[in-house]
Structure formats: C-alpha cells, structure tokens
Design a protein around this ligand. Structure first.
Ligand code: EPU
Length: 361
C-alpha cells in the first residue's frame, strides 16, 4: 500500500493535549454561502475526529442537540441556532492506496470539495473532474450525494468515516450502506435506520477507477468538444470546461450569496410527463434508467417568469432560475417567502410540487 501525505495529517491526539475550541455568540454570516444573518450560541471547531469524541464526553455538550456545519453552502438560516454547532475543519488530502483497478484517495471532512477535485486532477488521480466547483466541504458531499455533469458522488465513493454522536466511536461505513439516491442518502434520513443527527462524517474515501475514462455525453460538455475540436479530452481539460460552464451560469458565492440549486429536479411518471408535455411541449426532461422522468425545475421556474425577479432582499439569479440569490442584506425569512411563492406558481401551472434542496433552519 502506497501512502502519500499531502497536507501533514493532524497530530494524533495525546490524551489531554488538546482542549476543545469553544466559542460563544458566533456570527454565522461568514459561515453560510447565502450570507444570511444568524448567531450560534455555542460553536465548536472540529479539527480531528478526537474533537467529536471530546464533545460526546463533555459534561454539558455531550447531551445537547448538535448542528453540523460544513461549508454552509446548503443551508438557509432563518433564526439563531440553539444547538451546539460543530464546525467541521478536519484537514488532509492523501492517496491512501493505489490498486490495479483504482486509486483510493482520502480527504478530511473540512477540506473544500473543489480543493479536493483540483488536487486529485493535478496529482494524477483523475475521476472527479465533472464535479469541479461544487460549493461546500468534503464532509457534506455524501449527505446529499452531490453531482454534476453526469457524475454523482455515489459513483466514486469508497467509504465514509463517521464518529457516532452517542458512543463517540469511529466507524468506517462502506458506500453500499449509504442508501444513495438523487440528492439523498442515509445521512439525510431521520426515520428508522436513518443517520441524520446521529453521527458526524470525519473523513471520506473515494475510489477513482483505473483506467480513467471520461464521463461525457452531457450536452454542455459535447458543445465544448465541438467548439474546441477536442474529441478525446483529458481529465484536466474536462475540469477546465466544467469550471468555465459553471462560472458562466452560476453565481460565485464569494460575490453573490447563494446556495447553489435551490430546488431538486422533480421526478415524475411517464404519464405525468406526457400530460405536462401536452400542455407545455418545450419542457426540458430526462428519462431515468428506471423509466421515470426527471423534469428541469430551472426550466419550469423560468417558464413561470421568475428569472431575474427580486422579492425583498432575495432574488432569482438572472442566468439560472434554479438558483436563489442574496441581493444584499437578505434575511432567511425573505428567501423562504420567495421560495414558497415560486413553489406555488410552479404548482399552479404544472401541478408539480418543487422540493427545496437546502436545509431550512
Ligand atoms: N433551464 C432553463 N432556464 C433556467 C435554468 C435551466 O430553461 O433558468 C434549462 C436549461 O437550459 C437546461 C435545463 O433547464 O436545458 C437544465 O438546466 P442545467 O443543465 O443548468 O441543470 P439543472 O438541472 O438546472 C442540475 C444540478 C446542478 C448541476 C447541473 C449540471 C440539481 C438540482 N441541480 O442543474 O447542481 O450543476 O445539473 O449537472 O440537480 C447544485 O446541486 O447546487 C447544482 C448546481
């Protein structure tokens, strides 16, 4: 087994050598990509798995409700957070193992997802390039099974290291138990068997298949191939194309507050789709392997006339109607009001209930 440490792994915990980094009354505006105002009563910076165990063993924090904060790119803060906020900052990027059939790489939960993609492509471990520039942290990536341009996290996930929030034990969960679906996983589920609120993801291992094969076929990538005349792009070429495509139509959260796609693309039956096409022949839709049809929510919101609209401090992005943005000093409640108004008009016209992707708090 080959091991290559890129960022020096954090110091192994010596008992009593490190105290928990506790902060009170923390302004969360810089910690959510929408830039919404809210305060965390208590925030703990998690720099290694042992910090989660320290929280579990802590006389006051151990039993308190917890909220896990990654890059804050998938939340809408409508109020202050009473739960103890665990701010994930576990570092580390490394090649864990090189097998005949795959490179196994590992990243700490606090690493930015895009930093992982960029590092892996540059270090010669291709396979994540289609998911370049997705906002958020590595630890959040399995929760909603992030995806873009024909690839989802589940296609590359090997296993997830978690710390149990009751026992403080570390467990390595193979991808097969993560119950991945479209923007869904066991980490989101609250019912029996669900792991929402029960554990903290501390590290993620990805298996990048060898030999590398490009994932093409997505319309915008095909367009790039036609434009450039490159029919056999490298991983780096696809990475650059995906960055260009995303930058052209998605707002940079560092400039305009947003949480990426605000709604999931709804999945309907063939009959429902035929019915909608009968009334709206232009609707963008994609057949799924199981016979169901995925409808482009962005197209429907656009068709309802929302693109570029503003309500209070919240708005619908001019170049992609699926993305809600902070026009300035938006409050969470304004984002929620706008989202509800969009849901109502899409329901009124298409009979489809759009489900929001970010978590409303
Ligand atoms: N469209 C419109 N008007 C709009 C927006 C979209 O007509 O305002 C049409 C587009 O022309 C296209 C179709 O709707 O024909 C789909 O749009 P696009 O290709 O931009 O993809 P999407 O379905 O809106 C999904 C993901 C994105 C991911 C892209 C590319 C979801 C909820 N969103 O968006 O993920 O980057 O595909 O694979 O599945 C995210 O989750 O935050 C995200 C950005």
């Amino acid at each position: 087994m080959q091991e290559q440490a890129v960022n020096p792994p954090s110091e192994p915990n010596k008992p009593g050598s490190q105290e928990l980094l506790l902060e009170s009354s923390v302004n969360l505006k810089p910690f959510n990509t929408f830039g919404l105002p809210a305060t965390a009563h208590c925030l703990v910076r998690i720099r290694e798995a042992a910090d989660v165990r320290r929280v579990v063993d802590h006389p006051k924090l151990g039993r308190a409700p917890k909220f896990i904060l990654g890059g804050g790119s998938n939340i809408v803060l409508t109020k202050d957070i009473e739960a103890v906020v665990l701010k994930m900052e576990i570092p580390g990027l490394r090649l864990l193992e090189e097998r005949d059939d795959a490179w196994i790489i590992e990243a700490g939960a606090g690493v930015s997802w895009h930093a992982l993609v960029q590092w892996s492509v540059e270090a010669g471990y291709p396979g994540l390039e289609n998911m370049a520039l997705i906002p958020g942290t590595v630890g959040a990536s399995p929760v909603q099974n992030i995806g873009a341009y024909g690839l989802e996290l589940k296609d590359r996930l090997d296993s997830v290291e978690v710390v149990d929030l009751t026992t403080g034990r570390t467990v390595l969960l193979p991808a097969s138990v993560c119950q991945f679906g479209y923007r869904d996983s066991v980490f989101k589920q609250t019912g029996p068997g669900g792991l929402a609120g029960k554990c903290v993801i501390t590290r993620v291992r990805l298996a990048l298949p060898k030999p590398w094969r490009p994932v093409l076929g997505y319309l915008e990538l095909e367009r790039k191939m036609a434009e450039t005349g490159i029919s056999q792009p490298t991983s780096r070429q696809i990475f650059d194309w995906v960055c260009q495509i995303r930058r052209a139509k998605l707002p940079d959260p560092a400039v305009i507050g947003n949480a990426g796609s605000f709604f999931k693309n709804p999945v309907v039956t063939l009959e429902q789709c035929r019915d909608i096409i009968g009334r709206d022949p232009g609707i963008v839709h994609y057949p799924m392997p199981d016979g169901a049809i995925k409808l482009a929510a962005g197209w429907m919101i656009d068709a309802c006339g929302w693109k570029g609209k503003t309500v209070g401090g919240a708005g619908v992005y001019e170049k992609q109607a699926l993305v809600l943005v902070n026009r300035g000093e938006a409050r969470g409640a304004e984002v929620v009001t706008l989202a509800r108004a969009i849901q109502e008009s899409v329901y009124g016209r298409f009979g489809i209930r759009l489900e929001s992707e970010p978590v409303m708090l």
